[in-house]
Design a protein. Structure first.
Length: 266
C-alpha cells in the first residue's frame, strides 16, 4: 500500500478505537462509512465499495472484540451463559445477513447502512442512555430469534452488534456493565461468522483489489487493528473523565451527517 493509504487507515483505527471505548459503540459504526469515503480516494472498491467496506469492518471487529472481551471478562462483566444462548442464532443470522448482502446491489447496501447510521445517530442525539427494564429473558426460541436478528442486521451493515445487544439485554434486566461485556463477547461470533460469509459470497468477484479475499481487504484490516486495539482502552479511560453524554450527542450529529452523505451517494 502507498504510505498515505497506510497513514489514513491507521488514523481511522485510532479514531474507531477511541470512539468505541468512549461511547461503547462498535468500531464498525465508524469504520464502514470511513472506508466508503476513503476507498475511492485510493481507487479501491469499484462496484463493490460497500461490500468491501462491510466485510473489512467485520474482520477488524474480531481483533478488537477479543481485546474488549478479555478486558470485560477480567472484571467479571461477561455473562457467558447468555453468550451461549445467543450465539447459535447470531451465527445463523450473520450467515443469512452476509448471503443477503451478496445479492444486494452496492447502492442499496450503502443506503441500507445509511438508514442504520441515521437511526443510531438519532438515538445518540435524543437519548444518551438506554432505558433499563426488568422483563425476564425469553426462552430458547426467543433467544434464538433475538440472536438471529442481532446477527443478521449486524453482519449486513458490518458492526459488532453492541447497539442491538446492549439495549436487548438491558431491557431484560441485565445490569448495564454486564450487558456491555456480554455484548462485546457476542460481537466475536457476529464478526467471525459475518467475515466468513463475506469471504464466501465475494469469492471470485471481478473488480476486487489485490490483497483481498472475497469482500475482505486485508491490508486495511491490519492497518486499522494496529491502532484500534491499543486505542480502545484509552477511550474507555477517557469515558470516566469526559462529559460522555454531551459528546455522544455531538457524535450522533456526525453520524446523521455521514448517513445523509452516504444516502445521497458519497
Amino acid at each position: 500500500m502507498p504510505l498515505v493509504e497506510v497513514i489514513a487507515l491507521i488514523a481511522l483505527g485510532l479514531c474507531s478505537g477511541l470512539l468505541a471505548g468512549l461511547f461503547g459503540v462498535g468500531g464498525g459504526a465508524v469504520i464502514v462509512p470511513a472506508l466508503m469515503l476513503l476507498f475511492p480516494l485510493f481507487d479501491l472498491g469499484g462496484p463493490w465499495l460497500a461490500h468491501l467496506a462491510v466485510g473489512t469492518s467485520l474482520a477488524t471487529i474480531i481483533g478488537t472484540g477479543i481485546a474488549s472481551t478479555l478486558a470485560h471478562h477480567g472484571r467479571g462483566g461477561v455473562r457467558w451463559e447468555l453468550v451461549a444462548r445467543l450465539a447459535p442464532g447470531i451465527v445463523l443470522g450473520a450467515w443469512i445477513g452476509a448471503a443477503l448482502a451478496g445479492v444486494l446491489p452496492e447502492v442499496w447496501l450503502r443506503r441500507l447502512f445509511a438508514v442504520f447510521l441515521a437511526v443510531m445517530g438519532l438515538r445518540m442525539v435524543l437519548r444518551a442512555r438506554a432505558p433499563a427494564g426488568d422483563r425476564p429473558l425469553p426462552g430458547w426460541r426467543g433467544m434464538l430469534g433475538a440472536g438471529g436478528g442481532i446477527g443478521g442486521l449486524s453482519a449486513l451493515v458490518g458492526i459488532g452488534g453492541g447497539t442491538l445487544t446492549v439495549p436487548f439485554l438491558g431491557a431484560h434486566g441485565v445490569e448495564m456493565r454486564q450487558a456491555v461485556g456480554t455484548s462485546a463477547a457476542c460481537g466475536l461470533p457476529i464478526a467471525l461468522a459475518g467475515m466468513i460469509g463475506f469471504v464466501v459470497v465475494g469469492w471470485g468477484r471481478e473488480g476486487l483489489p489485490v490483497g483481498s479475499t472475497g469482500f475482505v481487504y486485508w491490508p486495511a484490516v491490519l492497518a486499522i487493528l494496529l491502532a484500534s486495539i491499543p486505542s480502545a482502552p484509552l477511550g474507555a479511560r477517557l469515558a470516566h473523565t469526559l462529559p460522555v453524554a454531551t459528546l455522544k450527542r455531538f457524535f450522533g450529529i456526525l453520524l446523521l451527517l455521514l448517513a445523509t452523505r452516504l444516502a445521497l451517494g458519497a
